[in-house]
Design a protein around this ligand. Structure first.
Ligand SMILES: Nc1ncnc2c1ncn2[C@@H]1O[C@H](COP(=O)(O)OP(=O)(O)OP(=O)(O)O)[C@@H](O)[C@H]1O
Ligand SMILES: CCCCCCCCCCCCC/C=C/[C@@H](O)[C@H](CO)NC(=O)CCCCC
Ligand SMILES: [Ca+2]
Length: 554
């Protein structure tokens, strides 16, 4: 690989030691001249590595000239150190850059370079700024929505103290709206916001707040493109603006599954460096009526019931999910119905393979190019392709569709650990009626390393469309009764008579759609490949040993 040519090379001082500092188009590197002199010309890698630092240009956040940084004017420590050649390095500039910490967290680190000439200092600041200006994927203007009541109600504080200073440092200008009611952000985005002014939208809150922003942006994009969102057949128009998530909610599973942590500073830094992660969106319809979009979990049965119960306990904050989770588990309700689905095609893998979706995921990249090819080959509807629907009837404790892993602190590998963020499919998980003990075992496996799908009562399918009809809506006698105009009382008493023999009640659950309860139980779901983009890059692989200086021309 050809090394990029050097833009600058100077001998500068860092913490009173001399360094050879170089800048090329891809990296800034500084090499301790004392350490490297001892090993002149010899590639004793470990020793040389000890004296070399390297930062990719795309991970530099900002550069600032440091005024009046003469060591002689400092008091305390500087004065006590004996005079050294470094004392003549009176001009300084500071480079702020991304540093990786544990568990996918990023921090803003900095290094100050001291120069002997003011002109050298200015040249370095100007040249680094020029290189940063070439990074066109970085946002300059952002529209920020803060939910002051999400999670532990710390959204405003988190933004003001942890995020806003990073945006200012990176010269990003912002228009900030603190929401005053539920759906304020969605409506503003859908109908009012002048989106031409911005390079992205930032959401400070939890999964619910993200959902509002995603709905606002997707709906606005469809409106402007003249796409009817009530139609289940139409191809939706992808959104142009990226969405950044500053986690300040109860679950934050979208942030966690796309960045690898729920740390606000990490998210702010992914926004600053202009990351881009495409993401699938499911549309959910009841007949020809659009209900909602979903990016994480569509859950009927267990997760629908947990959510329904937890909504009455909002005042408890994030703990409501644990209380409602235990209560729902103990109630052990099952639901009858029919699930039909169209399997995902091509090289999409299966929910039980171990191909985890990580930064630069090849399966997601492949799916976007497949999508382009199929669009160019003239859009033919699924029915015309004669895709065959698989139909499964049964009694289920839970029917879940995970369009992404849904990893979160509660379940670090998630509901479907191998689900992909942007492959155009969702993982359909059917948990059939089983004993309490078996179900508990399945649930607990979400929290440890064991395979939660390795049970006889669990089936998983990777699908691009699915439908669900609850039993009580498909039973002929019930349909007949409804159509005969029976009153509510007559209707219920007839159902009770019919079900007395089997000892069960035909109960119904609700769909949990990314944390919102849907008003219908019979639904049709279709995955739209890479409809939106986030300021994220997917979860980075844990560092394996690699030459960190491979891209440094030093
Ligand atoms: N100013 C506001 N007042 C009341 N509700 C709001 C306001 N702004 C946003 N909301 C609503 O609050 C809900 C919860 O917000 P958010 O997702 O930020 O927090 P959360 O506690 O994590 O909730 P969730 O469990 O849904 O993730 C969202 O559905 C959003 O529509
Ligand atoms: C009895 C022991 C039980 C242990 C089970 C642990 C299983 C945890 C799986 C976690 C799955 C999270 C799925 C995320 C769904 C989000 O779109 C949604 C919105 O925030 N959250 C919920 O509905 C909140 C749902 C919270 C569920 C607990
Ligand atoms: Ca997916």
């Amino acid at each position: 690989m050809e090394k990029p040519s050097r833009l600058l090379c100077s001998e500068l001082c860092v913490q009173r030691r001399l360094f050879e500092v170089t800048l090329n188009r891809t990296a800034l590197a500084w090499k301790d001249t004392e350490i490297t002199k001892k090993h002149t010309g010899r590639a004793i890698y470990g020793a040389v590595k000890a004296g070399i630092h390297c930062v990719p240009v795309c991970e530099i956040i900002a550069v600032q000239e440091k005024e009046d940084d003469s060591p002689c004017k400092d008091t305390g420590k500087w004065q006590k150190v004996p005079p050294s050649p470094a004392d003549s390095y009176q001009h300084a500039f500071t480079v702020f850059y991304v540093e990786r910490m544990r568990q996918h967290c990023w921090r803003c680190s900095n290094v100050t370079f001291h120069c002997s000439e003011h002109s050298t200092c200015l040249l370095w600041v100007q040249t680094i700024r020029e290189q940063l200006a070439l990074l066109t994927n970085r946002p300059k203007n952002l529209l920020v929505y803060i939910n002051p009541y999400g999670g532990k109600q710390r959204g405003k504080q988190i933004y003001d103290h942890k995020v806003s200073p990073i945006f200012s440092q990176a010269s990003i200008s912002t228009d900030v709206i603190v929401t005053e009611r539920a759906n304020h952000a969605r409506d503003h985005l859908k109908m009012e916001a002048d989106l031409k002014k911005y390079d992205g939208v930032v959401c400070v809150g939890g999964d619910g707040m993200f959902s509002e922003i995603m709905h606002g942006l997707v709906s606005r994009t469809q409106q402007e493109a003249g796409v009817d969102d009530n139609s289940t057949e139409e191809t939706l128009m992808p959104c142009g603006l990226r969405i950044g998530i500053i986690p300040a909610g109860s679950t934050d599973c979208i942030c966690y599954a796309t960045v690898g942590s729920n740390d606000p500073v990490t998210s702010a830094l992914h926004i600053v460096v202009g990351d881009s992660q495409p993401m699938d969106v499911c549309s959910v319809h009841n007949e020809d009526h659009f209900l909602r979009y979903s990016v994480s979990l569509l859950g009927y049965g267990f997760y629908g019931d947990v959510l329904t119960d937890s909504e009455r306990k909002r005042w408890m904050g994030p703990a409501r999910y644990d209380i409602s989770g235990v209560k729902t588990f103990l109630s052990h309700r099952y639901y009858e119905g029919t699930v039909s689905f169209l399997p995902a095609e091509g090289n999409s893998g299966t929910p039980r393979d171990k191909m985890l979706c990580r930064s630069g995921c090849s399966i997601c990249q492949q799916s976007s190019s497949d999508d382009l090819v199929s669009k160019n080959e003239d859009s033919v509807s699924d029915a015309e392709c004669q895709d065959t629907w698989t139909v499964i009837r049964g009694k289920f404790l839970a029917i879940n569709a995970a369009s992404m892993s849904c990893a979160c602190p509660r379940s670090p590998k998630g509901l479907s650990p191998s689900a992909h963020l942007a492959d155009g499919s969702t993982d359909l998980i059917l948990v059939r009626k089983c004993s309490r003990l078996n179900f508990l075992c399945h649930l607990l496996r979400h929290t440890n390393k064991k395979d939660q799908f390795d049970h006889s009562f669990v089936e998983v399918y990777r699908v691009k469309q699915f439908r669900f009809t609850p039993r009580y809506q498909e039973c002929d006698s019930e349909v007949d009764l409804r159509e005969s105009g029976a009153t509510g009382k007559q209707f219920l008493s007839q159902i009770c008579k019919e079900h007395r023999a089997c000892g069960c009640m035909p109960s119904q659950s609700n769909w949990n759609c990314d944390g919102e309860i849907l008003p219908h139980t019979a639904i049709q779901v279709r995955v739209h490949n890479q409809l939106i983009k986030l300021f994220a890059r997917g979860i980075e692989e844990q560092p394996v040993f690699e030459d960190p200086f491979a891209h440094c021309a030093i």
